[in-house]
Ligand binder design. Structure first.
Ligand code: BJ8
Length: 425
């Protein structure tokens, strides 16, 4: 580990001992889940490099930005409109919150019956083990699920937090409320950065973020090929890294990877032989380093060809439509785009059921695995409707409820294997 990294982490107030333990655990897991696999696309080399220095190179870039007076804005949810942050000259960073490691650090405060993502988020701050949290000038939360919105009150005692109010319905009144929230967010970000957002800067930010969305859409379309040209684990990693990497560089790297996958598809080269069971994962987000379910599914001989999650299609399937260079109209277009994210925090949320069925057909899957973090009540309750709808559509479903620990991995493996036995082509 480079000395300059250690020096930077110390300056950020990181607890070096704990942090070493975190990184020491990540290396072997990454080796097993990614590096030891054969036939990975060469384009994944960039992602291996990025994860290999996960708390180094990008954090350095954020620090360099801050040294010039720039601001870093951290987020936990795909509802926070990153275009606004880019347009004001800030850098948005999607925080991970996918590690079991930080959970014990939050458990003295949060109820045990809290979803792992929420506990992991707070734990990263309390344990002083995340340089991205430490490098951020503001964390933006949202009123999506109850656990998160109450956790942000606690987090605010330790770090500057601003909470956006996400409505729970998709009515016209809710659209109005959300538009007001996006406008207020613009003011907050302008105050933070000291920069006024203009029609030109917002247009540029919209274009950049849309370009990354298009690149991710391209990747997901390539996964529809049979045989699939890339593993679900690698594709998931690409999306996960997109949350915190520079938007332009990231777009370029995804497109480079897709060029290679194009060739694989043309030559019929797959990551697994044709006839391998194809699975769609749907449900809660899988933040870095939460690769547990994909690892189980693909180790059992199937391939994950899509994710209907916020670390999957909900992150990039909708673009912000281009509108004339009028700032008000642009803000409206941004707000409308975000209201089209079909999170289970909404009621009703029929559109998500439609998405799952559409994706299952488009990706030609043999089955769907519904991924639920324990104590995530919105997704757990909505799973009953998912089940009913998929039964009607004749699409096989397996429901998995789990957390970040390895305690139930063996049990999940048995259930996934039995499911694959049933659905395999
Ligand atoms: S838009 S899914 S990223 S809120 S934290 S809801 S797992 S109990 S993350 Fe989410 Fe935004 Fe919705 Fe997507 Fe459940 Fe846990 Fe809550 Fe969670």
């Amino acid at each position: 580990m480079a000395d300059e990294n250690v020096e930077m982490w110390e300056k950020l107030g990181i607890d070096i001992e704990k942090h070493n333990a975190l990184l020491n655990g990540l290396g072997p897991a990454y080796q097993e889940i990614f590096l030891s696999r054969e036939n990975r696309p060469e384009g994944m080399g960039f992602y291996d490099f990025v994860v290999g220095d996960i708390h180094g190179i990008r954090v350095k870039e954020l620090r360099a930005h801050a040294a010039k007076g720039g601001k870093v804005v951290a987020t936990y949810c795909v509802f926070v409109p990153e275009e606004i942050v880019w347009a004001a000259g800030g850098i948005p960073v999607g925080l991970c919150a996918g590690a079991q490691f930080s959970i014990p650090m939050a458990e003295p405060i949060l109820s045990r019956n809290t979803c792992a993502l929420i506990k992991s988020s707070l734990g990263f701050k309390l344990g002083l083990v995340c340089p991205y949290v430490q490098a951020s000038h503001l964390i933006v939360g949202e009123t999506t699920c109850d656990g998160k919105k109450k956790m942000f009150e606690i987090l605010n005692e330790y770090h500057p937090v601003y909470v956006m109010e996400v409505p729970n319905k998709k009515s016209e009144r809710s659209q109005e409320l959300w538009l007001g929230e996006v406008r207020a967010f613009k003011d907050v970000i302008e105050d933070l950065t000291g920069n006024k957002i203009t029609a030109d800067s917002l247009a540029e930010a919209i274009d950049s973020v849309n370009a990354r969305r298009r690149a991710l859409q391209r990747l997901y379309n390539l996964r529809k090929a049979s045989p699939a040209p890339i593993s679900g684990r690698d594709a998931l990693l690409v999306t996960q890294v997109s949350f915190y990497d520079d938007v332009k560089r990231n777009t370029q790297m995804i497109n480079t990877l897709c060029d290679e996958l194009d060739e694989r598809v043309v030559s019929g080269q797959g990551i697994a032989p044709e006839g391998t069971a194809r699975i769609l994962v749907s449900g809660c987000p899988q933040a870095i380093p939460n690769w547990k379910l994909h690892q189980v599914i693909e180790s059992a001989g199937a391939v994950v060809v899509g994710e209907e999650t916020c670390t999957g299609t909900r992150f990039f399937s909708e673009l912000v439509p281009s509108v004339d260079s009028n700032l008000d109209k642009q803000i409206e277009a941004v707000a409308n785009r975000y209201m089209n994210i079909h999170c289970a925090c909404f009621t009703p949320n029929e559109e998500r059921l439609d998405d799952i069925v559409r994706l299952a057909r488009e990706c030609k899957v043999d089955g769907i695995i519904h991924y639920n973090l324990q104590f995530c009540h919105t997704y757990a309750t909505e799973a009953a409707q998912v089940e009913k709808r998929l039964e009607k559509e004749g699409l096989p479903l397996l429901r998995i409820e789990t957390d970040y620990s390895d305690e139930d991995t063996g049990q999940i493996k048995n259930r996934v294997e039995a499911f694959l036995e049933m659905v395999k082509p």
